[in-house]
Write a protein that binds this ligand. Structure first.
Ligand code: FMN
Length: 202
């Protein structure tokens, strides 16, 4: 396994392991996005030894290789955040059987320029919310395929596919479904454990 990027351990709680810093990215810029709402729910369900920061990627310029000569400041800040994160949590909608263009755009920026792949070696987890009965399964598989090229290490289970998403949130976009809140808690715990395992073997 290639070496994980070395980094300074984050703030440590007294006598314990360093906190695992997770960076959350939603593939939807919609105001009442179910995927962004899933990330908000994740903040409430984190293990004690983890923190989640959600970064809004919806206003990024469309990736164009000509822009690589002078990376726009918001992209530079984003790439730095990705680099500093211990793990990545993607919340992706399914658009045309794949991930959204918005998420793909953020992924491409993170991956470029060629010698500066900010995703390299990052543990990751995927969740998806879709209004369809499939819950975004095809988008998740496409994202896994993309992660091979990015050299990321996604967890395999649990799978969090929120089908008919509109039925699982209240009027304030709070995730109300107890079963899915449980799966989300498991996903986060699994991501944190996986991140620690990769670290200890690096
Ligand atoms: C352009 C477009 C394409 C879509 N294609 C799919 C699809 O292939 N499969 C699916 O399950 N849902 C599809 N949907 C429905 C989305 O999954 C649904 O709108 C979802 O709620 C979007 O996530 P959000 O609430 O986070 O914005 C599509 C929606 C849009 C706007």
């Amino acid at each position: 396994m290639p070496a994980l990027p070395t980094r300074t351990p984050h703030a440590t709680r007294k006598g314990e392991e360093p906190i695992i810093r997770i960076l959350g990215i939603s593939g939807s810029g919609r105001r009442r996005s179910h995927n962004t709402a899933l990330l908000e729910a994740a903040k409430e369900l984190l293990p004690e030894d983890a923190a989640l920061d959600v970064h809004d990627v919806s206003a990024f310029p469309l990736f164009n290789q000509d822009l690589e000569v002078e990376i726009p400041p918001p992209i530079r800040r984003f790439k730095e955040k990705v680099r500093r994160a211990d793990a990545i949590l993607f919340a992706t909608p399914e658009h045309n059987y794949s991930i959204s263009a918005l998420l793909k755009n953020a992924i491409e920026w993170g991956n470029r320029p060629e010698e500066d792949n900010s995703w390299d070696g990052k543990p990751a987890a995927i969740m998806s919310a879709s209004t369809s009965p499939r819950g975004g399964a095809r988008a998740q598989l496409h994202l896994r395929q993309i992660m091979v090229d990015l050299n990321m290490y996604p967890i395999n289970s649990p799978q969090l596919l929120l089908a008919r998403a509109q039925q699982h949130f209240d009027a304030n976009m709070k995730l109300t479904d107890l079963e899915f809140r449980g799966i989300l808690r498991e996903l986060l715990t699994s991501l944190v454990e996986w991140t620690r395992r990769l670290r200890s073997s690096a």
